[in-house]
Every structure is written in C-alpha cells, then in structure tokens.
Design a protein around this ligand. Structure first.
Ligand SMILES: N[C@@H](CCC(=O)N[C@@H](CS)C(=O)NCC(=O)O)C(=O)O
Length: 227
C-alpha cells in the first residue's frame, strides 16, 4: 500500500501546464484524481488564488488538505516526496555545464514558450478553425506575427537542447515535461509544419513514454476541446 498522501489535480487535461504535472505524476507512479476544471472557475480558484491551472490538492490523513499551486512549486514537491525516478539532471548531462540549466530551460519554456506557442498560435488557430468562418489563408494571415514569435522561440529552445535524445540527451527531465505539452499541441495544428527535424525526432521519442500515452486523452492531439 502507498505511504503517500492522496492527491487531486485541479485542471483540464487540455491545459498544458496541467499536463506537465500529470506527466510527472504518472512518471513517478503517484496516483491521483483529476478534476477537469477550466481556468477562472470556482474549482480553479479553490487551488489557485488567481484561478489558473493546475493546482495540486494534498489530502493528508488526520490533517487539513493542502492546496499547492504554480507548477514550479508543485514539481519541487513531487521531487521531494518521490525523488525516483528522477526528473533532474546532473552537471554535464546532455552537455549542460550546470544541473541548474534544466530549471533555466523550464522557466524559459513556461515564461516564453507558453505565450509563443499557445497564446500566439495554437489558441488562435483552434478558435478560428472552430468558428469556421475564415479560410486557411485568412487564418494564416491573422496569426503570422505569432508564427514569427513561435519560430524564434523554437530556434532558442533547440539551441539549448542536446543534439539528440531528450532535451538533455539521455536524461529525461522536467525540461521535457514542460516543453512536450506545448509542442504536442503545435504538432496537432497546421503550423506544426514549422517544427524542425530535431523537434520532430524529440516528439517521436517522447511519444514512446508511458506517461505521455497516459496523458494524451483530452488533449488537442487526441481531437479534444476543453474541458
Ligand atoms: N505560472 C503558472 C502558469 C499556469 C497557466 O498559465 N495555466 C494556464 C492554463 S494551461 C491558465 O490557467 N491560464 C489562465 C489565463 O491565461 O487566464 C504555473 O506555472 O502554474
């Protein structure tokens, strides 16, 4: 029997930050329940003061539940309670001079990758497609500035990655679990055509992971829409 507390993730599987956490929980064999809430709902606000997704509710025996939000806090908690299998890197892995380069990649992906991929391109493409009014050429025209930003982010991300394997070569890490939900969405829309060979190879390798398979239902690549 597990000695861990029980966990609830608040967040729709469609949410990329939510998927980062559920990828990690699957990989670390931490069972959880998922409340498929959308952002800015009452459910989202129970775990996050600004109603963002995800949050992690820790149900403790004989003590009050604890709500933990902000993915970079959540993944630190997961690493502490389930250090193995590790999602950290060591100095030198994948050519990274310092282990902290992994957190640098995570923060760049969260701060710059999410706006570049999701806000500037994926959400706009999905909304316009679902609306069904504009032609493909018109949609492309509408999002061309976003695609330019997207290409810049992808070039930067790739320049920080090892030439092959995961982001840091042979060592799977949180860097992969932050980047994957974004690029899996991108791959599911026509603008996925901008993905390089390196990124396509990385996506294919990621798709072989059990954690990726387990978290695919409910995402854009599975044809889903929120929630
Ligand atoms: N800093 C937050 C960002 C989370 C985030 O942006 N989540 C998205 C869903 S994937 C959200 O809730 N967005 C609400 C909004 O943009 O208003 C974290 O790392 O947890």
């Amino acid at each position: 029997m597990s000695t861990h507390p029980k966990y609830t993730i608040i967040g729709t599987p469609f949410s990329t930050f939510t998927r980062t956490v559920t990828l990690g929980m699957h990989h670390k064999n931490l069972p959880f329940e998922q409340t498929r809430a959308l952002f800015h709902t009452d459910a989202a606000r129970t775990g996050h003061p600004f109603g963002f997704l995800p949050s992690l509710i820790v149900h403790r025996d004989g003590a009050r539940d604890v709500a933990l939000c902000e993915t970079q806090a959540i993944v630190r908690y997961l690493d502490r309670i389930a250090p193995e299998p590790s999602l950290q890197i060591a100095d030198g892995d994948g050519g990274a001079p310092l282990a902290e380069k992994m957190w640098e990649f995570v923060s760049l992906t969260a701060s710059f990758g999410f706006p570049a991929v999701e806000v500037g391109v994926v959400k706009k493409r999905v909304a316009a497609t679902d609306e069904g009014v504009l032609s493909d050429a018109e949609i492309r025209g509408q999002i061309q500035d976003g695609v330019a930003e997207l290409k810049n982010f992808l070039a930067v991300a790739e320049s920080l990655m090892a030439p092959e394997g995961y982001v840091f070569g042979e060592k799977l890490s949180w860097a992969d679990f932050y980047l994957f939900p974004l690029l899996a969405d991108l791959q599911a829309i026509p603008e996925g055509e901008v993905l390089s060979e390196r990124m396509r190879g990385w996506l294919a390798r990621m798709e072989g992971l059990e954690a990726v398979k387990a978290t695919t239902p409910g995402t854009l690549s599975a044809g889903a829409r929120p929630p």
